[in-house]
Design a protein around this ligand. Structure first.
Ligand SMILES: [Zn+2]
Length: 303
């Protein structure tokens, strides 16, 4: 198994410009590049004449005006939210004020939100986000000329939805599967067991294209999903090896696995290791004293 995944990061981006990425699908990239957002958040416009927006992106006036301009003369029926992270949902109410449309999302989950590190907590998550309409796995959002099946894919966030364009073998994957990097799984917001189960749900679908929340089109979806799953299994195995060899705290595991990382990414790496350890504990393969957290000591269970 290879250590790292290969991604095509050579994506041209022209902020504020609607570009057709598939028949009947336009993309506008928000100008919010960063270590977790790559070149920015992708906003998708689905349909013509009557349009659904998937992820209005951050509260960025220029981006929202660009969306409204791109659909001028058309009717915005739905503003769909993949998950309530600020880079995806913060612009929803402002876009609605500009262009109308019903805001639809999974809605409150009742589970713990945020993640225990600066930059990944409520600065990143909007725990108070409430849509006009809640939608769930198995629902279909329809417009003239398109239908989107709603797929609940928790893991990166408990409320994460993907939207499958019916009859087109195309899925809007949000941050569940991205075109530029592996997805951050940061507890309690992120849950590794749910994430892997959600990846498995994509395997039998035979899609031919994923349109992610960040990065370019994914034209080999099954290969990428398989690679995501392999990558996580490989990570889990290396974490078990660390524990077996006496590196039993998250900082020591992160130092061994990731080498030098800048401070912000180190927090995400530490939380990702915690997510793996939680998953190992849930299967009785590892133990920790008390509730597992970033400062816990972990032990492999004797086999
Ligand atoms: Zn995102």
């Amino acid at each position: 198994m290879s250590a790292e995944l290969a991604f095509n990061r050579s994506v041209d981006v022209d902020y504020g410009v609607a570009q057709e990425v598939a028949p009947g699908v336009r993309r506008i990239v928000a100008n919010n590049p960063g270590p977790y957002t790559f070149l920015g958040t992708n906003t998708y416009l689905v349909g013509t004449g009557q349009v659904a927006v998937i992820d209005p992106g951050p509260l960025d006036e220029q981006h929202l005006i660009a969306i409204a301009k791109a659909i001028a003369g058309e009717r915005l029926t739905h503003i769909l939210i993949t998950h309530s992270h600020r880079d995806h949902c913060d612009g929803a109410r402002a876009l609605q004020a500009l262009a109308g449309g019903e805001i639809a999302a999974f809605g409150p989950t009742g589970s713990a939100r945020g993640a225990g590190a600066p930059g990944l907590g409520y600065a990143f998550v909007d725990p108070a986000f409430v849509p006009d309409q809640t939608i769930a796995d198995g629902d279909t959002v329809r417009g003239p000329g398109f239908a989107l099946d709603v797929l609940h894919m928790p893991g990166h966030a408990p409320d994460h939805l993907c939207f499958a364009l019916v009859g087109k073998r195309t899925v809007f994957t949000g941050d569940h599967v991205m075109g530029w990097n592996t997805t951050v799984i940061a507890p309690p917001e992120g849950n590794m067991a749910s994430f892997l189960a959600s990846l498995e749900k994509l395997m039998p679908r035979h899609d031919k294209m994923f349109l992610p929340g960040h990065g370019g089109r994914i034209q080999t979806p099954q290969r990428v999903v398989k690679a995501y799953i392999m990558h996580r299994k490989w990570r889990e195995q290396t974490i078990l090896t660390c524990l077996d060899e006496g590196d039993c705290t998250i900082p020591r595991i992160v130092a061994r696995l990731y080498g030098t990382l800048d401070a912000g990414l180190k927090e995400a790496a530490a939380l990702s290791v915690l997510a793996h350890l939680e998953h190992l504990i849930s299967r009785d393969l590892v133990s920790a004293e008390g509730a597992p957290c970033l400062s816990s000591a972990f032990c492999p269970r004797p086999s």
